[in-house]
Design a protein around this ligand. Structure first.
Ligand code: ADP
Length: 282
C-alpha cells in the first residue's frame, strides 16, 4: 500500500467517482490519456448493463477489463468505438473522448472513428479473400495509399507488426481462411493495424485459441503497446496479469476498481475484487 501511494499519482477527479455508496478505488492515474470515459451508462431497452463508469485509456499501455460473465465488460468496450450503435436496443449516456474530441458528437464520422479505434473479436473473422486482400481492404476503402507499391509496403509492415509475415510471405494470395486459428487472429490484428489506429480494442482475443497460439498473441500484445493503446476484455485473470499494466474490475455493470495490475492482483482495495481474484465467485 505504501509503495502504491509513493509511486502512483492519484487523480481524484478522474478516479474517485462517487457511485451510490461506493467510491472507485483511487490509486489510478493516467498521464495524457488517449481516451476518456466519464459517467457512461449503457442500457439495452430497460435493462442497464453499464453503470456510471469513468475510466481512462492510456497511451502505450495495455488495460485489461476483468469480471464475471455478464458484468458489462464487452458492452463498455464496444462503447469505445461505437459498435453498440449497431444494436437497436442499446442506448449510451455519458461522455467518451478520443484525443479530447467527443466520439458521440453527431458530426463524428463513425467509419473514421472505427479506423482510429480498431477492434479484434473473440473469433477470428478473416474476409473470404486472400491474405493480402484481407490486409489491403481497410487502407483501400479509407484511401490511405496511392500506388500498388505503397500498398505492398503497408501490407508487409502490417503483417510484420502482427508477427505473421514470416509465416505467410510466400503465400499472400492464398485465402485468409486457410490459416490456422492463431494465424487468422494475427491476420485480423494485421488488418486492424493497416488502417493506422491509435487504439486497439480486443474482446477475449484468445478464448477460441489453443494455449500455444494464445501465448503468441499475448507476446504480440506486449510488442504492440510500443505503438498503440490496447484495451482487452479477458475472462482469464492470468492473462490479464501477464499482458496488462492496468486492470479494471467490473461487477454487475459497475466499475469496482481500477489500478496498476500488480496492485489490483496483490492488494485489491475492494472486497468484491478480492473475492473474484481469489476465486470465491466468477
Ligand atoms: P461481459 O462482457 O462482462 O460478459 P456483456 O457486456 O456481454 O458482459 O453483457 C452485459 C449485460 O448486457 C448482460 O446482462 C447481457 O445479457 C446484456 N447484453 C449484452 N449484449 C446484449 C444485447 N445485444 N442485447 C441485450 N442485452 C445484452
Amino acid at each position: 500500500m505504501k509503495v502504491a501511494e509513493k509511486t502512483v499519482r492519484v487523480d481524484l477527479a478522474a478516479a474517485a467517482v462517487p457511485h451510490g455508496e461506493r467510491t472507485v478505488a483511487a490509486r489510478d492515474s493516467v498521464y495524457d490519456p488517449v481516451m476518456t470515459a466519464r459517467h457512461v451508462n449503457v442500457y439495452y431497452g430497460d435493462k442497464q448493463a453499464v453503470k456510471n463508469v469513468s475510466l481512462d485509456i492510456g497511451r502505450n499501455q495495455v488495460l485489461s477489463m476483468i469480471g464475471p460473465s455478464g458484468c458489462g465488460k464487452s458492452t463498455f468496450l464496444r462503447c469505445l468505438n461505437r459498435m453498440n450503435d449497431t444494436i437497436v436496443s442499446a442506448r449510451v449516456e455519458g461522455k467518451i473522448t478520443l484525443d479530447g474530441q467527443d466520439i458521440y458528437d453527431p458530426r463524428q464520422d463513425v467509419a473514421h472513428l472505427r479506423a482510429r479505434v480498431g477492434i479484434v473479436f473473440q473469433k477470428p473473422t478473416p474476409f473470404p479473400h486472400s491474405i493480402y486482400a484481407n490486409v489491403a481492404y481497410g487502407p483501400r476503402i479509407h484511401g490511405l495509399v496511392k500506388s500498388r507499391g505503397d500498398m505492398d509496403e503497408l501490407v508487409t509492415v502490417s503483417l510484420q507488426r502482427a508477427g505473421l509475415w514470416d509465416e505467410v510471405k510466400d503465400r499472400l494470395s492464398q485465402p485468409g481462411t486457410s490459416l490456422s486459428g492463431g494465424q487468422q487472429q494475427r491476420l485480423c490484428i494485421a488488418r486492424t493495424i493497416a488502417i493506422n489506429p491509435e487504439v486497439i480494442l480486443m474482446d477475449e482475443p484468445t478464448s477460441a485459441l489453443d494455449p500455444v497460439a494464445s501465448a503468441r498473441i499475448e507476446d504480440l500484445i506486449d510488442e504492440l503497446r510500443a505503438n498503440y493503446a490496447i484495451t482487452i476484455v479477458t475472462h482469464n485473470m492470468q492473462q490479464a496479469a501477464r499482458v496488462s499494466q492496468r486492470t479494471a474490475y467490473f461487477h454487475m455493470g459497475d466499475l469496482i476498481e481500477v489500478g496498476p495490475t500488480d496492485l489490483v492482483f496483490t492488494n485489491p482495495q475492494q472486497r468484491l475484487t478480492e473475492d473474484y481474484i481469489t476465486g470465491r465467485f466468477g
